[in-house]
Design a protein around this ligand. Structure first.
Ligand code: GTP
Ligand code: ZN
Length: 364
């Protein structure tokens, strides 16, 4: 029945709910269900109301965050930290947010759950990540979640339907393309791609009319508000963006994908949290881990999705990142040449570039 929202639509709704601080219900096929809220947007009243339901609420955090907090992650990739009855909102937020880890370390040991199934907690964390919030969810088991959700107008997510969607990217559709004369080339065109799941749109800037049968000069650029637009000296994104476009203009052909994966896929707010940690002495990778993220949360497969839908089969890829080359090759876009893109080293980003080379395998 097409007048009911499908799982993609329900997930989009759940992301919006979590960003606003509204709970969502997660349910599996065994009759187990939980109420889940994003730790970042949890309000004091909702915590009190959650407690009034009875049972033991936990904060589900990633294994990365658990490592920093020295909490035992019995589920491997995540830990279920019990919320003691006598703590307040600030405690929950300190579990999720590393900003005060050094100034006001949490008094441990944190108790983590070992029994039971963490599948719904895993979905809860994945939802907070895809909502670009801190990767931490307050989770409480409830009886008959589907009826609970229906009675309160809450979004209810079915585990079996949601799991494959959260692990994969959503199909993209080209919405529009139009001529865009630019400084580097008057023969520019901007294409806008929209995912089915209500997520971020991505763009392709096509320069000239590249031959689809030959390798095209291409760049997969990830959004960096601070570097691309503000002239930040902390990274090399702005010069890379302009350098890539200039080279395409000079050659008369190329395609630059502008992927809205700000902060290597963690969003601008989390990237700024990472910058706050970097000012405390952590490097770019350590900062991501302390927040509970992996080094790089981007999905480059959508780059090959866009290139293929534009008719390209092979690329000369402007990059220093071997992961991008590997992902293109694995997803059916041949990389005939790596074109190095070394521009914009400053006193401020020298350490950042060195960390990317030593920890993330970037080519110098
Ligand atoms: N989380 C996090 N993201 C950052 C930081 N500095 C820059 N970024 C983001 O990193 C991404 C940079 O991506 P790219 O320019 O594609 O860089 P790359 O993966 O190094 O690959 P190439 O530039 O192709 O060699 C952008 O999304 C930036 O917003 C940081 O310190 N932390
Ligand atoms: Zn940047």
């Amino acid at each position: 029945m097409s007048l009911f929202p499908d799982i993609t639509e329900l997930l989009a709704r759940a992301r919006a709910d979590l960003r606003m601080g509204v709970p969502v219900v997660l349910a599996d096929d065994t009759g187990f269900s939980v109420l889940s809220l994003a730790a970042e947007t949890l309000g004091a009243q909702r915590l009190a109301d959650l407690r009034a339901l009875g049972g033991v609420p936990v904060v589900a955090i990633t294994g990365r965050r658990a490592e920093t907090l020295k909490a035992r992650a019995y589920d491997g990739d995540l830990a279920r930290v019990v919320i003691p009855a006598d703590v307040d909102m600030a405690w929950v937020q300190a579990v999720a947010d590393p900003s005060d880890d050094l100034a006001a370390p949490m008094k441990g040991p944190l108790m983590t759950e070992r029994q039971g199934n963490a599948n719904l907690h895993r979905i809860a964390i994945a939802l907070t990540k895809s909502a670009r919030l801190l990767p931490a969810a307050v989770v409480l088991p409830i009886a008959d979640g589907r009826a609970f959700a229906a009675a309160r107008g809450l979004t209810c997510i079915d585990h079996a339907l949601a799991a494959p969607h959260l692990a994969d990217r959503s199909p993209l559709r080209e919405v529009v393309a139009a001529r865009l004369p630019m400084e580097v080339s008057e023969a520019g065109r901007l294409h806008v791609f929209r995912p089915e799941d209500g997520g971020e749109e991505h763009y392709a800037v096509e320069i000239g009319r590249p031959d689809r049968e030959k390798p095209v000069l291409a760049r997969l650029h990830s959004a960096c508000f601070t570097g691309d637009l503000m002239g930040s000296l902390k990274c090399d994104c702005g010069p890379q963006l302009r350098g890539a476009l200039a080279q395409m203009g000079a050659e008369g052909a190329g395609v630059l994908l502008y992927l809205n994966q700000e902060g290597r896929g963690i969003g601008l707010a989390n990237k700024m949290r990472a910058y706050f940690l970097q000012d405390q002495g952590f490097d770019t990778v350590e900062a991501n881990h302390r927040l509970g993220f992996e080094d790089d949360e981007r999905d480059f497969r959508l780059g090959s999705d866009i290139l293929k839908s534009m008719g390209f089969k092979s690329v000369r890829l402007l990059t220093n990142n071997p992961a991008k080359i590997a992902m293109m090759e694995r997803t059916g876009i041949a990389v005939t040449e790596r074109v190095p893109l070394k521009v914009g080293e400053t006193d401020h980003n020298r350490g950042y570039l060195a960390t990317k080379a030593s920890k993330s395998g970037h080519l110098l």
